[in-house]
Design a binder for this molecule. Structure first.
Ligand code: GDP
Ligand code: MG
Length: 285
């Protein structure tokens, strides 16, 4: 099942809410999600496999963004169900673009997220009617991925559309991505949350080494930036900002991995990385 929608509507928050763990990073900034990632939620009756995708990018043109858009299209192909996430109370041009991409013949559910923010609940009914007129959705469900409301109703609709079959993943698998990937993403999330627009989009995180000895994970990571000035901002006075970012990322890792983590982060300048094919390949974009 694929989760799609324009940037920032809460796709990754929804994946985490359904999986019940923070596996996909989220922030207030659009284009936080750069990679396709599976979330896996297994109950007694069903296994839901969710494909989280980057939002469809229209603003910046770079090789990185071309790859992200490809990930959206690939995410839509070959899934049995699609959940389109929109913000409750409005339909904007980006939502229409996403709806237009929906393949014929694949059942789709509209999840109207962030209902907690909608002050005038009376707007919900006309909003749902408008959405129903745009596409033949199997269901339209108002939810709050952050507060957890409406999720049971959404899960009922999703489960109804799942094909019969044996589970593809083990009962306790939460994602198809490994700890190395998740570690890099947690670091990137903290950077996206801590800085204004100029820094996050100029950064990329690579894991240089990842080892485990007696339950302790030792992780060495590099954060690449475009310019020396960005490096200075990231580090902060005496390296204080980077230290705070490392510490917050480490706590997330310890919670998800269930063990102690030693984390060391270097900030390196590598100009033009977002258009450097070799660099993008190395990171797995
Ligand atoms: P994505 O780009 O679609 O993956 O969006 P994210 O999951 O990264 O979420 C974007 C922002 O919306 C984050 O700041 C989330 O905390 C916020 N958000 C997500 N779901 C909800 C919700 O149900 N209610 C509110 N108020 N905010 C939400
Ligand atoms: Mg996302």
């Amino acid at each position: 099942m694929a989760i799609v929608g324009r940037p920032n509507v809460g796709k990754s928050t929804l994946v985490n809410a359904i999986v019940g763990a923070r596996i996909s990073i989220t922030s207030k900034k659009p284009q936080t999600t750069r990679f396709r990632l599976l979330g896996i939620a297994t109950s007694d009756e069903a296994q839901i496999i969710l494909v989280d995708t980057p939002g469809f990018q229209t603003v910046h043109r770079s090789r990185l963004n071309e790859r992200m858009n490809r990930a959206v299209r690939d995410g839509l192909a070959g899934v049995d169900t699609i959940v389109v996430v929109m913000e409750a109370g409005k339909v904007d041009a980006g939502d229409r673009e996403v709806i237009a991409l929906l393949p014929m013949g694949t059942p789709a559910i509209a999840a109207l997220n962030k209902v907690d923010r909608l002050r005038d609940k009376a707007r919900l009914l006309p909003n749902m009617a408008q959405i129903a007129s745009l596409h033949d959705f199997a269901a339209i469900v108002p939810i709050s991925a952050e507060k957890g409301s409406g999720l049971d109703a959404l899960l009922v609709e999703i489960t109804r559309l799942l094909p019969e079959g044996d589970p593809l993943y083990a009962q306790d698998d939460l994602t198809d991505r490994d700890e190395r990937f998740l570690a890099a993403e947690f670091i990137r999330e903290k950077i996206f949350r801590a800085f204004g627009d100029e820094i996050p989009y100029a950064t990329m995180v690579a894991i240089d080494s990842f080892g485990t000895e007696r339950g302790l994970r030792r992780i060495h990571a590099s954060v690449y930036v475009d310019k020396a000035s960005q490096r200075a901002i990231l580090l902060g006075e005496g390296g204080a900002r980077m230290k705070a970012i490392g510490s917050a990322a480490r706590q997330d890792m310890e919670q998800l991995f269930g063990g102690k983590v030693f984390l060391e982060i270097w900030v390196r300048v590598k100009s033009g990385w977002a258009d450097d094919e070799r660099m993008l390949n190395r990171i797995g974009y």
